[in-house]
Design a protein around this ligand. Structure first.
Ligand code: HEM
Ligand code: SF4
Length: 552
């Protein structure tokens, strides 16, 4: 894991003191609302429906047990005893008091954390695969590059006032688990036949009111040129991106308006001035950052030890949990565990202080003190010995973290919606809960299989609804909350934007609507066909007909 050097530590400490003084002056009436707004937003502090909301950066979703304990302590001391893990792998507190925020930031600084650039028109937290460094299908570990991007983008003076927010995601595996196709820049690691490693550069993806799948502007960028090329992309965006209309300000609109070819040509033109310049990564630079992400002291173990396979055979519930909530590991005898934050009745992505403390303890006891936040809003323990899985499962069950639904219908991605967010058109949390309640039969859920249901409370799409196999969007109809349904969206390779099936529904109808959609799938699927593949094969019409049929 990356450890701050003296420069990182100083920057973060200084920022805390600046914000402490800014908050003091605001509370004393020396700064107006308008003057204070950009200052607080630079530190991740939004004013929301009921209270301020503080977004804490979790760089590429990596936490140490010490950091997670601090997040738990802050939730307990300054908030209502919980936090919300987001689709961009960060953590949000929904109830901090404004006057406490400088102290919260100071406590975060003690564990090398902050809220810088979690808001505003700058480069936001870089996200990546929650299984980075341990995934069996990894080409290279993306984390050193994520850290390099973090350092390059943090307080980069040229990119502090971009036309709009800017999000970068990096994937180091064959399978894209970082939603790189719907980011402003998606970097996808590729290896040539000759063994050279570089990035495919995808630009102009994004969700929000104009969802778009990104375009490839370079098939292969040698890793040494990463920063100079990113500089070139951002310069082109900074110069030509629209500042007159915030709804047209994202890079996706620019790429679309210019065309992929013209945009790529502009970037190459700009890059000529930067290529091989001082920001070129030397082998020694990459080695330096890679040295923070070396393998922990794995034991040499055999895969599938007898005590583990015996438990699998005798305990069906354990076997189900292992099948759904753990993932293969590059190291024999280990697995990665996904702790589901999607228990029925709990807002998706929320964890209490006690739960965070428990996860930190398990990370120490069963792993190497490391936790990941996944963009599906779950927590991951990357390195657990197979022989310890049964013990961990029992602890996780007791703490409400072992719902065996990872990747299933009830593993819903969901934004805070109308319960917290002032931009919302509709509530999202109660809809997620109603769906989880309706579909709480695990036999049925397992039979339905892999399916992603994503929900946002407004068109800003924080809950990734466009790329859910089933997407739900809260809409406002004459002051009432309604829900629009899309089908066929997907993240990862072959990403697609879902199609709207028709007029929206009242909240109470939503579980029935989902049930009807699933019944079409069950009736029509071929053997082994996933929900998404059925939707792609038969299109949305059969679903539409069933959902809107008058008498069924
Ligand atoms: C409650 C306070 C929040 C506010 C005010 C807010 C605001 C916004 C806005 C205005 C956009 C659209 C930006 C654009 O298209 O230019 C957006 C997009 C997005 N937000 Fe949020 N958001 C909030 C919470 C969250 C949470 C909790 C998550 C994660 C669960 C999140 C993740 C995202 C993502 C993934 C996108 C779409 C990707 C993209 O930028 O294209 N946001 N948000
Ligand atoms: S999608 Fe809309 S309602 Fe949900 S968090 Fe984002 S801005 Fe708020």
């Amino acid at each position: 894991m990356y450890r701050y050097d003296e420069i990182d530590a100083r920057i973060v400490r200084e920022r805390v003191e600046q914000f402490r003084d800014q908050t003091r002056r605001f509370l004393a009436g020396e700064l107006s609302e308008d003057e204070f707004r950009p200052l607080r937003l630079m530190n991740g502090l939004y004013i929301q429906r009921l209270a301020p909301m503080l977004r804490v950066a979790v760089p590429y979703g990596h936490l140490s047990s010490r950091q997670l304990r601090k997040l738990a302590e802050i939730a307990r001391k300054y908030d209502k005893g919980y936090g919300h893990f987001t689709t961009r792998q960060n953590l949000q507190y929904n109830w901090p008091a404004l006057e406490d925020v400088p102290e919260i930031l100071s406590e975060l600084a003690e564990v090398e954390m902050h809220a810088i650039q979690t808001s505003g028109n700058c480069v936001r937290n870089t996200t990546t695969d929650a299984f980075a460094g341990v995934a069996a299908d990894e080409i290279i570990d993306p984390r050193p590059y994520c850290e390099i991007i973090r350092q390059w983008s943090t307080l980069h003076p040229e990119f502090a006032f971009l036309p709009r927010k800017f999000k970068i995601a990096v994937s180091g595996s064959e399978q894209d688990r970082a939603a790189t196709w719907v980011h402003d820049i998606g970097l996808h690691v590729v290896k040539t036949d000759a063994g050279e490693v570089g990035f495919k550069v995808i630009v102009g993806g994004g969700l929000g009111r104009t969802p778009m799948i990104g375009e490839v502007i370079r098939d292969f960028l040698p890793t040494a040129h990463l920063l100079t090329y990113l500089d070139a992309v951002l310069r082109v965006y900074n110069r030509y991106g629209r500042r007159d209309n915030k709804y047209k300000a994202r890079i996706k609109i620019l790429v679309k308006a210019m065309t992929r070819e013209a945009f790529a040509a502009k970037v190459e033109e700009e890059w000529i001035h930067l290529k091989d310049g001082p920001a070129t990564l030397r082998a020694a630079d990459v080695e330096h950052y890679a040295s923070f992400f070396t393998d922990p002291a794995y034991e040499t173990l055999e895969a599938n030890p007898a005590e583990f396979t015996a438990k699998l055979a005798e305990d069906k519930a354990f076997a189900r949990w292992v099948e759904r909530n753990t993932r293969g590991h590059k190291q024999a005898g280990y697995r990665s565990v996904v702790l589901s934050l999607k228990k029925t009745g709990v807002p998706p992505g929320d964890a209490t202080d006690a739960q965070m403390d428990a996860v930190a303890d398990w990370a120490d006891q069963f792993g190497f003190g490391e936790i990941r936040v996944s963009h599906e809003q779950n927590l991951v323990l990357p390195d657990v010995r197979e022989r310890d899985l049964f013990d961990l499962w029992q602890l996780a069950k007791a703490a409400g973290f072992a719902t065996p639904n990872v990747g299933l219908l009830t593993d819903i991605i969901c934004c805070p919606g109308g319960d917290f967010c002032s931009l919302a058109n509709a509530k999202s949390i109660p809809v997620a809960e109603a769906i989880q309640q309706r579909f709480d039969d695990f036999d049925y859920l397992h039979d339905i299989g892999d399916i992603e249901l994503n929900m946002s409370g407004c068109m800003n799409a924080c809950g990734h609804h466009h790329i859910g196999h089933i997407g739900i969007l809260g809409v406002d109809k004459s002051g009432e909350e309604w829900y629009q349904v899309t089908l066929g969206g997907s993240q990862g390779s072959g990403a697609s934007i879902g199609k709207v099936i028709g007029p929206s529904f009242a909240r109470a109808q939503m579980p029935d609507v989902i049930e009807k959609i699933l019944s079409v799938y069950v009736d029509t699927r071929t053997e082994e066909e996933r929900f998404l593949d059925t939707v792609r094969r038969i299109g949305i019409i059969p679903f539409k007909e069933r959902v809107y049929a008058k008498h069924n």
